[in-house]
Design a protein around this ligand. Structure first.
Ligand SMILES: [Zn+2]
Length: 83
């Protein structure tokens, strides 16, 4: 495994979707943005959720909502050899 991208920040909605693959209770725009973010990152490698980061004004690196809020670390891992 190789870490392709590290110390990315995901909002609560994206963190939940990365961890559980679950979109229950999301509004339509939030669900679409979250799915788009995860799909784009998934082209690079596997998304792995890390520790909670806490509050940050930095926008979400997954759905790109640009909003401050509670954040969680996530990383994108790649396989050394892709077959
Ligand atoms: Zn997000």
């Amino acid at each position: 495994m190789t870490i392709l991208f590290d110390e990315l920040l995901a909002c609560d909605a994206c963190a939940n979707a990365i961890a559980n693959g679950d979109y229950e209770g999301y509004d339509a725009g939030e669900e679409a943005a979250t799915k788009r973010g995860i799909r784009d990152w998934s082209r690079e490698g596997d998304l792995v959720l890390g520790d909670e980061y806490g509050f940050s004004w930095r926008g979400c690196d997954c759905c790109d909502n640009g909003l401050g809020g509670n954040k969680h670390y996530f990383a994108v891992l790649g396989l050394e050899v892709r077959r």
